[in-house]
Ligand binder design. Structure first.
Ligand SMILES: Cc1ncc(COP(=O)(O)O)c(C=O)c1O
Length: 344
């Protein structure tokens, strides 16, 4: 990576470390589409065991694990309930309609939280032929568009109770679930008891170059495997990639706490900037903030870019800085100084 560039756009920009690359190169591999890549099987087993679920399926991306899961849970014409900020709804290219032919009913707050009471309001009457049958609830922890917010196991359990009561599937987009586990001191195994399916990303804060794992029951994953094939997501010597995921699980989980500390420090700085109007709670590794009305976020991005610092615009209003292992104290200091120096 260009040493002068401080890239806060996303935790997906991390490059594999030397040690991770060595682990990848040394991985025993087979043909995962034929079901005999030992390193892929090991990664799937490690995560399934950790979350107390029966099976796992290694996929190229978090979008694919989410999309496959929705496809298994639903039939065309069904309805999915999720937060208005959910990644599956906002950032997967209309995939729910394209891949599953479902429609979505959204609600909840501005931090990615959707309570059981709020979900109840979105439930369609099952005995009314005019309504699309509600089939699935999707939660997201942490919430990306919510600001890296942790949702908390108690709230997720309550939403799961609602889903069970109405015989709905319950999927977790856990792209950054390890950030939530570290921040809230929660147990992975508790999550396996709450959800029917969980998607975990290895290529975000955990720092692997590629890959997500979908977890669920044996039957669910057998169906998911068929859909992965249909979508073209079956990879052959994928063990080289899975090895990076195993390395990340062994070496990069605890260090997420460092990203969280840096995000809290950055958020404190941002909260004192005169041109910042709103800031989301920096529960984990993200800082999302909005500029005062009349200011153009593109001007701030250009000011930062000129100094080799990159942030991302989430939409025309909200800017995002994400902490990860390629940005340390030095990069955070540079960002804070550059933010302070912006003349509006
Ligand atoms: C919450 C959430 N879910 C899913 C995804 C999709 O992951 P991928 O980029 O691997 O498709 C992302 C990506 O940023 C995300 O933030």
């Amino acid at each position: 990576m260009n040493a002068a560039l401080a890239d806060f756009r996303s935790d997906t920009v991390t490059r594999p470390t030397e040690a991770m690359l060595r682990a990848m190169a040394a991985a025993p591999v087979g043909d995962d589409v034929l079901g005999d890549d030992p390193t892929v099987l090991r990664l799937e087993a490690i995560l399934a065991e950790r979350f107390g679920m029966e099976s796992g399926l290694f996929c190229p991306s978090g979008t694919m694990t989410n999309q496959i899961s929705v496809k298994v849970h639903t039939q065309p014409g069904d309805e999915v309930i999720c937060s208005k900020l959910a990644h599956v709804y906002n950032y997967e290219g209309g995939g729910l309609a394209f891949n599953s032919g479902v429609q979505v009913r959204v609600g909840g707050d501005d931090y990615g939280r959707l309570s059981a009471a709020q979900a109840e309001l979105l439930l369609q009457p099952m005995d009314n032929v005019h309504a699309a049958p509600t089939r699935l609830v999707v939660a997201e922890n942490t919430s990306n568009k919510g600001g890296g917010t942790t949702i908390g196991l108690d709230a997720l359990r309550e939403l799961g109770g609602f889903a069970r009561l109405h015989h709905l599937g319950y999927h977790l987009d856990g792209a950054r679930l390890f950030n939530a586990l570290v921040a809230d001191g929660e147990l992975a195994s508790d999550y396996g008891q709450v959800f029917d399916s969980i998607s975990i990303c290895l290529s975000k804060g955990l720092g692997a170059p590629v890959g997500s794992v979908l977890l669920g029951s044996r039957d669910f994953i057998n169906q998911a495997r068929r859909i992965r094939k249909r979508l073209g997501g079956g990879m052959r010597q994928a063990g080289y990639l899975a090895a990076a995921g195993i390395y990340a699980l062994e070496h990069h989980v605890e260090r997420l706490a460092e990203d969280h500390l840096r995000a809290a420090d950055l958020a404190k700085h941002v909260s004192n900037l005169p041109y910042v109007e709103a800031l989301k709670p920096a529960d984990t590794n993200m800082v999302l903030f909005r500029l005062r009305a009349g200011l153009d976020p593109r001007d701030l991005l250009a000011h930062l870019d000129a100094q080799g610092i990159r942030l991302m615009a989430m939409d025309p209003f909200w800017l995002r800085a994400v902490l990860h292992y390629d940005v340390g104290d030095q990069e955070v200091s540079r960002l804070k100084e550059a933010l302070s120096n912006w003349k509006t």
